[in-house]
Design a protein around this ligand. Structure first.
Ligand code: BGC
Length: 752
């Protein structure tokens, strides 16, 4: 194949090669009939197939084929299940084969920097490790069916406001530890066939022409070998973008940029080899799809609907269950209240919008003891008193009221950000009105991102179903009635108030600049380091059973950054029903000299346990689990420290922990000079030895005595602090007999 592609490139004219670098239309690459080069189709993604057979658009406006809407990113990430994400990928891969779609545009894996981002419903997590692991499983699933993926939007597209022009300004360490890290694992482990660059700028350069990101990091460091496609309309300067490593411009139709490529080659501005390489990368993927077509696959809508329900069940998070109000019993008189019991809000607006072949509501599968009242109209925030009165009456007459509420479509969408974290006033009023007459209330939430819950104390149960896809109603019913034991965990923190969020003062930026001043302190990294209370923490979720953790073990307590550490724990289901537990392992550096988050999630797994069953869960940690990104060496570095490793039920509840000591085998390049502080020098064992030797040589006994006396006059802390921060050059003023020449020699010795 490689030879065939090279031969084709030889035969293509300059104009034909340039033409391959943009689409034929909204969704397809260009064919070159003369040489038999086929056209392939790309389609959205990420949580269903949005294949537009007629007029194309990137906003989900025009009709697309009937398909199945699976749980959106916010939900599938909450499954904390690689198996679920892989199954989603495999199912979508099959659908693409059946529909002759070569690449599905997903997963959407930008970090949830703020709960205000309008597109958080599509994104996975505030934590790069969860985002990357869930995406890896998704990409592996899709690509196992010989269909390509396009993880998006690379990079730092964390707000919708001015997403086409805004400049995300992010320091190197934050970029590496948070925003790049979200993509890194997926690119390295799952090797996506393509990647979509975002609209925005990063540190002043549009992503389509950001060579540092598209070539230096993506290809040279991470060995990405697919092609880069623009987000739809994200091309800026075509020739610059080609040189930077952006191969395909979408959508197609505007031929000016193809002509610019031709002209640049003809004028000598662009080396034709760059164009050849881009065409080779495109053809590699086009043929990878064409040569592995499986035309026998059929798109079985009903079968995939069943999968959508199972995935939703896996993703639903039980947030509150006081007095064991859940699961409900079939014999109870239950009032389903709220519009979303009948017509659930199950997906978000914009390019991911699926033309669902059917939608299953909780009401459509309800038993005989369930009654229904609409309660509110989600087209408005105004209270509809008739609807509310009817709901209150029904709630009063029932044993339990289950309120199906959440955010209406216009509260969150692609294209704009949220302004607040509140639910519509009429829905809050409904909860309060029902709470006045009924103490057994369960709230079922349909929303794409965190909300404030000022009513939380008035209800006994809260079930977060997110935007759970077209089968969410059936899944919800199965959770409510205990046919399925809830096992989702929050992949994002729910703050108490918007004002508590790390980006409250800066989100959205100003004058098209969004400065990420909070640095690495995103989500729980911020709340936990600040000891800031939240409504529900990252990693949180209840079950109808309970799990005990025992016998935490490590295979070594002292290690270097070249070793791998095995850590295990025994997990037992100590309740009466089978259930799934998400085992979460957090790392805390102890006594770091750096500004680091208090805790970071380093491993997780989901297991199923029968009552009384115990399983040992083992994780392997390598250097990366302890490292931070160092901006002097421009690489990952492990501080020599004690690290606490804790198994936690969430980011705020650690169950058991162990301390290990890790040292670095990596030598840090030394760059001592006359302005280096005594503290830095004395912290380096070699520096300390040299210093003591030199000082011992120049200072007479009486001078040492004098200094010791000074110690008595000023307090010890003050003396220590002054010495710690004293630059070498200042010794000349304080140590009689010391010559500058001696200090210069000392610096040379320190650096040798
Ligand atoms: C979105 C992408 C989407 C593309 C094509 C863009 O507006 O940002 O996520 O894949 O349109 O619909």
């Amino acid at each position: 194949m490689q030879n065939k592609i090279k031969e084709l490139i030889e035969e293509l004219t300059l104009e034909e090669k340039a033409s391959l670098c943009s689409g034929k239309d909204f969704w397809r690459t260009k064919a070159i009939d003369r040489l038999g080069i086929p056209s392939i189709m790309l389609a959205d993604g990420p949580h269903g197939l949005r294949k537009q057979a007629g007029i194309g658009d990137h906003l989900g406006v025009n009709e697309s084929i009937q398909a199945v809407c699976f749980p959106a990113g916010c939900a599938i990430a909450s499954s904390f299940s690689r198996d679920a994400a892989r199954q989603l990928g495999e199912t979508l891969g099959n659908e693409c084969q059946a529909e002759n779609v070569g690449i599905i545009l997903g997963p959407a894996m930008n970090i949830k920097r703020s709960p205000l981002c309008g597109r958080n419903f599509e994104y996975l997590s505030e934590d790069p490790f969860v985002s990357s692991e869930i995406s890896t499983a998704y990409v592996n699933g899709v690509q196992s069916k010989n269909i390509g993926t396009s993880p998006k939007h690379f990079l730092a597209n964390n707000q919708e406001f001015h997403r086409m022009t805004s400049n995300s300004i992010i320091d190197e360490r934050t970029l590496r530890e948070i925003y790049l890290a979200s993509f890194e694992g997926t690119i390295k482990q799952a090797k996506p066939w393509s990647i979509m660059n975002s609209y925005n700028k990063l540190n002043g350069t549009y992503l389509c022409e950001n060579k540092e990101m598209l070539t230096d990091v993506l290809r040279d460091e991470w060995e990405f070998n697919g092609f880069v496609v623009t987000d739809w309309g994200a091309m800026n300067e075509r020739v610059r973008a080609l040189v930077a490593g952006c191969e395909l411009e979408m959508p197609g139709g505007n031929l000016d940029n193809d002509k610019e490529i031709v002209a640049a080659v003809q004028s000598g501005e662009l080396d034709e080899a760059v164009l050849n390489q881009a065409v080779e990368r495109l053809l590699n993927i086009i043929y990878k799809f064409m040569d592995n077509r499986n035309e026998s696959v059929i798109f079985d809508l009903d079968a995939d609907h069943e999968i959508a329900r199972r995935l939703a069940e896996e993703s639903i998070v039980l947030l509150k269950n006081d007095e064991g109000i859940l699961p409900l019993k079939e014999s109870q008189a239950v009032a389903y209240i709220g519009q979303y019991a009948k017509s659930p809000r199950y997906q978000g607006g914009g390019s991911s919008h699926i033309n669902s072949h059917k939608v299953e509501s909780a009401l459509s599968v309800a038993g005989p003891n369930v009654t229904f009242a609409q309660g509110f109209d989600d087209c408005t925030e105004e209270i509809n008193h008739d609807l509310q009165l009817e709901a209150v009456r029904l709630a009063r007459e029932s044993d339990v009221a289950v309120l199906f509420v959440g955010l209406p479509d216009n509260f969150e969408s692609e294209g704009y950000d949220r302004k607040h974290l509140k639910m519509p006033a009429n829905q809050v009023a409904l909860i309060e009105a029902v709470a006045a007459v009924q103490k057994n209330i369960v709230v079922v939430l349909h929303n794409g991102s965190a909300i404030e819950m000022p009513w939380i104390e008035k209800v006994k149960g809260v079930v977060e179903v997110y935007l759970g896809g077209q089968a969410v109603g059936g899944a919800t019913a199965n959770i409510l009635y205990g046919k399925v034991n809830p096992s989702g965990r929050l992949a994002e923190s729910f703050p108490l108030r918007l004002e508590d969020t790390p980006t409250y003062l800066t989100f959205g930026g100003e004058k098209d600049k969004s400065i990420y001043t909070e640095g690495v302190f995103v989500g729980y990294r911020y709340y936990s380091s600040k000891n800031q209370a939240v409504l529900f923490p990252f990693g949180y979720g209840l079950s109808y059973t309970s799990f005990a953790y025992n016998n935490i073990q490590v295979d070594k307590n002292v290690l270097t950054d070249r070793d791998t550490l095995s850590i295990s724990v025994d997990v037992t289901n100590i309740g009466d029903v089978a259930g799934k537990e998400v085992i979460q392992l957090y790392m805390s550096p102890k006594g770091s000299q750096l500004i680091r988050p208090n805790i970071e999630l380093k491993a997780f797994d989901k297991i199923e346990l029968q009552p009384n069953e115990t399983r040992t869960v083992m994780f392997e940690l390598d250097k990366r689990a302890f490292a931070y990104w160092d901006t002097e060496i421009h690489g990952w570095f492990v501080e020599e420290l004690d690290y606490e490793l804790s198994f936690g039920r969430s980011a705020t509840e650690m169950i058991d922990s162990v301390i290990v000591h890790v040292s670095s085998m990596q030598t840090f390049p030394k760059n001592y000079n006359l302005n280096s502080t005594m503290g830095d020098i004395m912290a380096d064992p070699k520096g300390k030895a040299i210093m003591e030797q030199v000082m011992g040589g120049v200072m007479s006994d009486s001078e040492v005595e004098k200094m010791n006396k000074a110690d008595d006059v000023v307090n010890e802390e003050m003396m220590a602090a002054m010495m710690e921060g004293m630059p070498l050059r200042q010794l000349l003023s304080f140590v009689p007999g010391l010559k500058k020449e001696m200090l210069i020699q000392l610096v040379a010795a320190l650096n040798s």
